[in-house]
Design a protein around this ligand. Structure first.
Ligand code: ADP
Ligand code: MG
Length: 576
């Protein structure tokens, strides 16, 4: 390995030369406190910045072993280090100048969620800390400006590393609190199942966000407080007793007038599959990690999905046990989203009527009388929701502001009133019963049944083959476009309506995961489930970088198994 002074010499030598001479800097260099690797050098000042990594040995970094001896703690610590490093770079005196991306120093920007990222990896055995960053190698026009790069590599970075990756230089109290929060969150998450809960919302939580474009907590919001009848408590390892609302497994409704906070509660539950940072307001909103938000998604492609639980006898005679379309309707898309979520192993469905296809959710009595069941292909969700719980063990939390027919299907009915939840289960059920008894003709309230598939077995045996077209050409280009889409060469995967993706870096990771799966796992014999299991195992043991062939991008964040499925299901090139 070269020494840092050799790097400096080299840089001095190539000063004022043409930009490509920077390529010679590729390699690893020993600095006093760490090893700097220049993994990839950009081809010109306007290209994406160069990729660097910094490795601090465990002995030097000095983090207590008990802060990273379990996966969830390690992730919390890595997340914290990225945030500190980011803040350091921002706070530094260094002002960049030059052409193109000259002097940019980039590291992942973390948001409210705590996610595993390729930007930082702590080795659980040695305690080594690896950090991945991007640096725009400076130039004037297209001429190398070594002096500037020397400033970055020999002044700015050593200072950042010293103040963000070395334990004793940090605010150790803050580090401890971060790990303790992760521990408490993990404690609740790991106990939901045994307590028969689908989700937990702590008293005092702040659910609404600052604005539609800011994910920070709203100022002066009404704090969440559990109805007495639903209160449960945990004795957390660090924080002690914490009380809040337990949403039990089963069929749960959130009702209430418009603008009373129903969707806000559901949204908080959707992202409760992730841990949140201190001060977010949703630190202790903890949802079953497999929860899936399900909505209508007109226009998506569907490949070989068995949607016959909901849709049968289509007028064009299409087989709904193996349904294909390049342009789904509202109801077929939502039906596919439901069965695919079951296939992905989700144990909790989250549905908001605001974003659902009405004819998928409900068909009222009058319509049942007028349009005979034989000419209606759709068995609405309301007629399946109990079966989905009882037969498949999948709970639901549904926001229904407009449809009382769901009352007699529900185990629990929660009303949001001026942002305060009230348990109205008994009242709503009694009212519904009275209403039905009051109906004159006796037929009222009889349910609409599809007799054909009462004991419906969902088949999860879709086995994709490889799609050579995706990876043709010598270079595979993977790009993500915010939270909207993933592009792999010419293929675009639309992820806009997969609502539990919270960070663009997750989409980048999904792109790499797909390329990995196309290269290694699609063999026409393994089912999507088996493939997802394998991916999950690889990602779990070797981290997010394990799906990258050679160069590991600095900007990937871990998606869940559910979003891996969602991506595969929306990939139009999937060979099924
Ligand atoms: P609904 O789905 O019942 O129509 P929303 O959840 O969309 O209502 O909430 C309506 C508005 O109220 C939103 O602008 C939201 O930010 C705000 N809001 C939600 N919860 C609270 C709260 N606890 N305190 C203050 N404002 C809130
Ligand atoms: Mg709403």
């Amino acid at each position: 390995m070269n020494s840092s002074s050799e790097l400096k010499e080299l840089l001095n030598k190539i000063d004022h030369r043409g930009y490509p001479a920077y390529k010679d800097t590729k390699g690893a260099y020993r600095f006093p406190d760490y090893i700097l690797s220049i993994d990839h050098v950009q081809s010109d000042p306007f290209a994406p910045p160069s990729k660097l990594s910094i490795l601090v040995s465990g002995g030097k970094a000095g983090f207590p072993t008990e802060y990273y001896d379990e996966k969830y703690k390690k992730t919390a610590l890595e997340d914290l280090l990225i945030r500190i490093f980011h803040a350091r770079v921002d706070a530094g005196e260094f002002r960049r100048h030059g052409s193109g991306k000259s002097g940019l120093i980039l590291i992942s920007r973390c948001r409210q969620e705590v996610l595993e990222r390729s930007a930082c990896r702590i080795d659980e055995k040695t305690g080594d800390v690896l950090i991945r960053i991007e640096v725009g190698f400076p130039a004037r026009g297209r001429t190398i400006d070594s002096k500037e790069l020397i400033k970055i590599l020999f002044d700015v970075l050593p200072e950042c590393v010293g103040k963000s990756l070395i334990y004793k230089a940090l605010n150790t109290e803050k580090v401890r609190r971060t790990i303790e929060l992760a521990q408490d969150q993990h404690y609740i998450r790991s106990r939901l199942e045994a307590m028969g809960l689908a989700a937990f919302v702590a008293d005092g939580s702040i659910l609404p966000r600052e604005s539609g474009v800011s994910d920070r907590p709203m100022q002066n919001a009404v704090k969440f407080i559990s109805p007495e009848s639903m209160a449960v408590s945990f004795t957390l390892p660090n924080r002690g007793k914490l009380t809040g609302m337990g949403i039990k497994k089963g069929v749960n409704l959130i009702v209430g007038g418009g603008y009373h906070g129903k969707s806000t509660l559901l949204k908080a539950l959707e992202v409760g599959v992730y841990n949140h940072i201190a001060g977010d307001g949703r630190e202790f909103v903890i949802t079953d990690s497999s929860a899936m938000k399900l909505r209508a998604e007109d226009g998506r492609s569907i490949k070989n999905a068995d949607i016959s639980l909901f849709i049968n006898n289509l007028p064009n005679g299409k087989d709904t046990r193996s349904f294909y379309t390049e342009d789904a309707s509202g109801s077929t898309s939502q039906a596919a989203n439901v069965v695919e979520a079951a296939e992905a192993g989700s144990k909790l469905f989250l549905i908001d009527e605001d974003t659902s296809a009405t004819n998928f959710m409900i068909r009222d009595e009058l319509m049942q009388k007028v349009v005979h069941a034989d000419s209606e292909p759709i068995t609405p969700f309301i007629d399946r929701v109990r079966q989905i719980y009882e037969q498949y063990g999948i709970s639901t939390i549904i926001v229904v502001g407009s449809c009382g027919s769901y009352f007699n299907k529900a185990d629990c009915i929660l009303q949001m009133e001026q942002y305060k939840p009230k348990d109205i289960t008994e009242f709503a059920k009694n009212t519904a019963e009275e209403y039905l008894r009051g109906k004159a003709d006796g037929s009222a309230g009889t349910e609409f049944h599809m007799s054909s598939c009462e004991d419906h077995r969902l088949s999860f045996n879709r086995c994709p083959g490889a799609n050579k077209a995706l990876l043709s050409g010598d270079r595979v280009k993977i790009k993500s476009n915010g939270l909207d889409s993933i592009c792999i060469n010419r293929e675009t995967i639309d992820m806009r309506l997969v609502e539990q993706l919270v960070d663009p870096e997750q989409l980048t990771a999904l792109g790499y995961i797909l390329v990995y799966a196309e290269k290694n796992l699609f063999d026409k014999k393994s089912s999507l489930r088996t493939i997802a299991d394998k991916l999950e195992k690889i990602l779990e043991t070797d981290g997010i970088a394990s799906v990258c062939q050679n160069r590991v991008p600095a900007n990937m964040a871990m998606p869940r198994r559910q979003e891996i499925f969602a991506m595969l299901n929306r990939y139009r090139g999937l060979n099924l």
